[in-house]
Design a protein around this ligand. Structure first.
Ligand SMILES: *[C@@H]1O[C@H](CO)[C@@H](O)[C@H](O)[C@H]1NC(C)=O
Ligand SMILES: *[C@@H]1O[C@H](CO)[C@@H](O)[C@H](O)[C@H]1NC(C)=O
Ligand SMILES: [Mg+2]
Length: 297
């Protein structure tokens, strides 16, 4: 009895020593003495349960637009290219539920409960910015057939957290209101230059202190332009949300022997980021698309 017990204890101790050696060997292999520098990395985890918004903005796009002959005051090719990049970002990355873009900016909203890259802010921001910028160059030729890309564009990014549905909706409303203000201003500004021959300085002076109603009035009475008839893409920007779309494709169908090799059109549905140029400030959009803010969609 005693002998057996002693043997067991000795075995146990021997095993413990071996185990300890292995562990310390493993530890020295995994950790070098330089490992401590990891502690210098800042913790940039996004607060749980908040909507994470990444907004990108074109770097010095004033100059970029000039050099690449963008149409004034708006260039549909440039806006559609931006949207193509945003769709690519949504398809390639995880957990983006809605995006909104206008001019040279795009905002991406990650779902509240996203745990992508442990919610590290720098990961969200850099993945969005790099995927967007490479897409911009990659797809350039599809939108600007006759206009070579003269130099590489860049985008800055920022991350902002919104704690409630309401603050998120107010954020998106703010961006859309900004789109409206800028587009109305630019439309009058450029029509004064292009049709009335004013210099940029004169056009700016003419518009100083004018309200939206005054600008609408100038457009209507002097240029016969009803601002409300301008294309929605320019006035409202672009909203991207996931939608099921039917996709028709021809496919080789097997089955009945006599029909072998016949092609058949098959429709299958696919979920994809679809652009809308609609108002997102009012409640209608959110009532129509409740899934966007739904916690577990
Ligand atoms: C830009 O907007 C103006 C006025 O809003 C419009 O007349 C013009 O067709 C637009 N430009 C392009 C490239 O579509
Ligand atoms: C946010 O809105 C969605 C959609 O209406 C709803 O399902 C969700 O419960 C709301 N979240 C909060 C915290 O109110
Ligand atoms: Mg910019």
């Amino acid at each position: 009895m005693w002998a057996a017990y002693n043997v067991n204890v000795r075995d146990y101790l021997a095993l413990a020593v071996i185990l300890k050696r292995c562990l310390s060997l493993g530890a020295t292999m995994a950790k070098s003495k330089f490992e401590y520098v990891r502690d210098f990395e800042a913790d940039d985890t996004c607060l749980p349960h908040c909507w994470v918004v990444v907004r990108l903005d074109g770097r010095n796009f004033h100059r970029f637009a000039d050099k690449h002959n963008f149409a004034k005051p708006n260039d549909s090719r440039a806006l559609r290219l931006m949207t193509k990049c945003a769709q690519t970002v949504m398809e390639e990355l995880e957990d983006i539920v809605i995006a909104y873009g206008q001019s040279d900016e795009y905002s991406f909203v990650f779902k509240r409960r996203s745990n992508w890259f442990k919610r590290r802010s720098s990961k969200f921001m850099t993945h969005v910015a790099s995927q967007f910028a490479s897409s911009y160059v990659f797809y350039w030729r599809d939108y600007f057939e006759d206009q070579p890309l003269l130099y590489p564009p860049g985008f800055d990014g920022r991350v902002v957290l919104y704690p409630t549905n309401q603050t998120l909706k107010d954020y998106l409303s703010w961006r859309q209101a900004d789109c409206h203000i800028n587009n109305l201003y630019n439309t009058v500004f450029w029509v004064l230059i292009q049709q009335s021959g004013l210099t940029p300085v004169q056009a700016q002076e003419r518009l100083q202190g004018t309200l939206a109603a005054d600008k609408n009035e100038i457009l209507f009475s002097e240029f016969n332009i009803n601002y409300n008839n301008e294309p929605l893409m320019y006035r409202k920007g672009t909203v991207l949300i996931w939608q099921k779309v039917g996709e028709v494709m021809t496919k080789e169908v097997k089955l009945p022997a006599e029909m072998e090799g016949k092609k058949k059109a098959v429709t299958r549905t696919r979920t994809t980021p679809v652009p809308f140029h609609c108002d997102i400030i009012g409640d209608a959009f959110w009532k129509e698309h409740p899934a966007v803010l739904d916690e577990d969609s």
